[in-house]
Design a protein around this ligand. Sequence first.
Ligand code: SF4
Length: 187
Amino acid sequence: MGCPTLFVRLSGCNLRCSFCDTRSAWEDGEELPVPNILTAVEELRKDAPTEWICLTGGEPLTQNIRPLVESLKKKGYSIQIETNGTLPSVSSVDWITLSPKPPDYVIHPGCLIPLREAKLVVTRELTEEIIHDVRTRIPAGVPLFLQPQSMEKWSLRKAEQLLRSCLNAHPADIRLGLQLHLLYDIR
Ligand code: SF4
């Protein structure tokens, strides 16, 4: 968290979460060839020098991201993907951020390598039991962040309460998360 990163938002998602804050990514979007995306990334990078590119959505794994990932890797970038965890990933990415979604919190075994972090949106329905269940399905040592829903106050409070009640069972592996780009108003 906090590492300068350029985001490439891919269109399409196989879920329809009621709390989704990127609904524009469900359907909108423009089909772009990989070279055009590379050019756009290089252009953005002039103002934001960083090696990290995050492929997000929507759900980036609803598209065949392998050609894009391989082209970005050839240029020397490190690739993170943000995924809801329902689909298998591609092996050449450097960092997977997994965010399983209700009601089933599906975690496809093909998106666990290289899993570096997981997060759960703190919805009104999220419970300690769900957190425990997800925690037991991801590898020890991978932190699980409780991310307040759209940084709303009730969700921030609930995240803290849930963290306190989970601490005895999972003292090191559950943490409070934040959407830094909302705090800093970064677009
Ligand atoms: S998985 Fe993510 S992008 Fe898809 S509907 Fe849910 S919150 Fe929105």
